[in-house]
Design a protein around this ligand. Sequence first.
Ligand code: NAP
Length: 466
Amino acid sequence: MTPLGTEAQPLRVAIVGSGPAGFYVAEKLQKEEDLSIEIDMYDRLPTPFGLVRFGVAPDHEKIKNVTRVFDKISAKPNFRFFGNVDVGAHVSLAELQQYYHQICFATGAQTDRRMGIPGEDLDRSHAATEFVAWYNSHPDYRDCEFDLSSEVERVAVVGVGNVAVDVARMLCRTREELASTDIADHALEAISGSGIKEVYMLGRRGPVQAAFTNPEVKELGEMPGADIEVLLEEVTLDALSQAKLDEGQDKATLKKLEILQGFAGRDDQGKRKKLTIRFLVSPVELIGDEDGKVVAMRIVKNELYESEDGSLRPGATDRYEELPVQLVFRSVGYHGVPLADLPFDERRGIVPNEKGRVIDCDTDVRVEGVYVSGWIKRGPTGVIGTNKPDAGETVAAMLEDVAAGAVLDPLHPEPSSVEKLIAERRPEYVSLEDWRRINDLEVSRGKDQGRPRVKFTSVGEMLADL
Ligand code: NAP
């Protein structure tokens, strides 16, 4: 029998999801120069790049330069893109198993976590992830409505991770700052025409435990249109946090504290907006008016205690406050969603796996030939680059399985067969060439306005000129 991974019998791999996790899996596979590997990448949207396109904030253009790496990966021979194809809806896993030796899911974490407090479903209370997708022109979110009218002057962003930082910063940006980015036009108009005066970011633990990274929080103190406020008593460490810090002597955390304590000593410069970062407070209720719209948030002051695993957790005191906010974004983390025909760990929001090999949690038996990488494998943590070593681990498992012969035995391994199937099931699928055309059109729409691109906001628009 011809060995797998040779010119005569290439290893056929499907990667489902075209965000950083999927692309880094492709890159690692392409580096295996001794193996002949053919990669087909699927995405349910016509456009690739996942959260680089729909998550990274418009004013962080440089971060998006990583797409140049992805362009090189997709330009390699034996790489194909099947966009606008929903695996699970247009084609099933069982069908893909007839065409590939290995299938790797890199679909990310597609929903958000909730706060679980009364009033969370009132009008003007939203998931930050929806706001992010809306200002980034995600076609599924373009019709979302966020009240940015003059009635809304104060906004609370719950959580102190990097998504919360993005949302708070975007709300504080001026029209001039946003106008040169690839922000959706609908969001540019709404945010710059809003009556927002104050934005609060709320951390339930202290500054040492804040999830945001240093460059991101530092940038909050450098905004032309917004002053920054931090309460000195909330960034003065409690004994437990101080002891942890002394124990660890972690340079990044010391720097974070220095940045935040620096903010606490600042004078107000009379800018149009103000961003206040609060620590050791938890929302306990959103209060609505007679129309069911948020008009305030009740928060409780927390004190930290040491939990059994040694981490410091927030414990509520009996001290409450009411924040007069009219718009709330919960930014308390993403959560994975189950994928058709695959096992799922509901609590962690991931597909159960061992080093990327999918495991059925009921039987503890592995699902042969099926792998995961990225947030659907490890949960929604880390920055874009974290997906690189993660992909390395998954690909190492895939290659070990190739060497051991533990792969699927597809009936139709030739590339033309699956292309025929997809063309039948989803005639409006988007190839790599099609995506390049969409990209060129978006870039040229942006050129006249001095913007990196003006994105299409609906699938219909994306497909119109193909
Ligand atoms: P995250 O980093 O996990 O932060 C979640 C935040 O929500 C934490 O502050 C957490 O506090 C808080 N939280 C959770 N449950 C809460 C509750 N019930 N009440 C109040 N607060 C609660 O998640 P993320 O901000 O969604 O970001 C996801 C990942 O994407 C992160 O790894 C992030 O670094 C990355 N990202 C990076 C960038 C960038 O590099 N510029 C931009 C965006 C996102 P506790 O710590 O107390 O749980």
